[in-house]
Design a protein around this ligand. Structure first.
Ligand code: COI
Length: 378
């Protein structure tokens, strides 16, 4: 209900002279209790929007009440999937600060995806400022219970009204936000994963490393089938030989085998996860040997058989650190660490979340504070 709105302008400090217009609701929606939070079901009071067209480039950044938007049925993103997105979170700290985690990396990755999908790039400083400002306006939506956060979904959609196949000439960059609990609904409880042998997610030269909608749509069929069989997610194998482990539906994947931690290498077919990169850096800081190398499902089965496959976990913004308690591959069921969360997995989870929520010293310089009082003034 927006009986009246409050307008203000906020200058995004930085190289570019962007003025973000702010139009706030006069009455906020009721917030769900922290204990009721699932993933991505309720949305905050406001959203950020910015337009692109060929004459003006990116322009008119604004924060407005969250709500329906209208588009003609002919717009390009409905037909050819020229849509890209990011996932990030704002965390509430015990001392009252709100922190973002490596937002500049999200800006860089969005631009890398934009480049792959023929979408004009965004000023990265503006991206970070837009996220900070939008979070600042809805700061009271950041939940505080352990394991909760404010999920931030920046995305770009093609908006040209045209059915021919070509890059759109107009776009919207939008940021929406949702207070969330655990992605799988069970916190640090181990998941059961089905190793997919029929369908593939990506191939070399394709869009596998891009955060574009089509990659996720392509996963749905296998994921729905796995869910019907009682599994939480699917582990994808490489598109050519169907031997090498790639990633899980919404996560990168790590295996502790003996005294090494192994994760598949970046090479264009898997997402360059920011959580993945953070975990590698944290483990190396602890002196753990981390190898980014190809690992076949056969090698995993042999490591399981010999008892050297000690732990497995997935990493992602939404999923944080998700322990894997079981892999099912071609009739073979591999219980990992007797289906329990491993010691290293727990330690990585606690450390990462500790840094993200300001409870552990951020020696890596990853966290960025959301300014207080940026809601209405410049
Ligand atoms: C994220 O982890 O933020 C993602 O974008 C994955 C999505 C399937 C929730």
């Amino acid at each position: 209900m927006f009986a009246a709105v409050v307008f203000s302008r906020w200058k995004a400090r930085g190289a570019m002279d962007w003025d973000i217009q702010v139009c706030t609701v006069d009455q906020r929606k009721p917030r769900p209790g922290d204990e009721e939070l699932g993933f991505g079901q309720v949305f905050t009071d406001h959203m950020f929007i910015m337009n692109y067209d060929e004459d003006c480039g990116w322009h008119d950044p604004r924060i407005v009440p969250y709500g329906p938007m209208s588009f003609e049925p002919s717009v390009a993103s409905f037909h050819y999937g020229q849509t890209i997105f990011e996932g990030m979170k704002a965390y509430g700290c015990p001392d009252g600060r709100a922190l973002l985690f490596r937002p500049g990396d999200n800006a860089r990755r969005l631009n890398a995806t934009a480049e792959r999908m023929c979408i004009p790039s965004l000023d990265e400083e503006l991206f970070v400022n837009a996220v900070k400002k939008t979070v600042a306006v809805d700061r009271q939506w950041i939940p505080s219970a352990p394991g909760t956060s404010l999920y931030i979904r920046p995305f770009i959609i093609a908006t040209e009204k045209y059915l021919g196949l070509k890059p759109s000439s107009s776009y919207k960059f939008i940021i929406i936000m949702s207070p969330v609990g655990a992605y799988h609904g069970r916190g640090l409880t181990p998941t059961r994963i089905y190793v997919e042998t029929e369908y593939v997610r990506s191939v070399r030269g394709g869009t596998g490393e891009a955060k574009t909608g089509g990659n996720y749509a392509a996963c749905l069929k296998a994921e729905a089938r796995a869910a019907k069989m009682g599994y939480d997610q699917v582990l994808w194998l490489d598109g050519q030989q169907r031997q090498f482990v790639e990633e899980v539906g919404s996560m990168n994947v790590f295996f502790k085998i003996g005294d090494q931690v192994i994760t598949p290498p970046l090479g264009g077919t898997i997402l360059a996860g920011i959580t993945r990169d953070s975990v590698i850096k944290i483990l190396r800081e602890w002196g753990v040997a981390v190898k980014q190398r190809r690992i076949s499902i056969q090698e995993l089965a042999e490591a399981h058989e010999s008892g050297s496959l000690q732990e497995a976990f997935g990493t992602g913004t939404a999923a944080v650190i998700t322990p894997i308690g079981q892999l099912h591959w071609d009739g073979l069921t591999m219980d990992i660490n007797e289906g329990q969360t491993g010691e290293l997995t727990s330690k990585v989870y606690d450390t990462l979340l500790g840094i993200q929520t300001g409870r552990i010293e951020d020696d890596f310089g990853w966290t960025v504070e959301v300014p207080v009082g940026a809601e209405t003034s410049g």
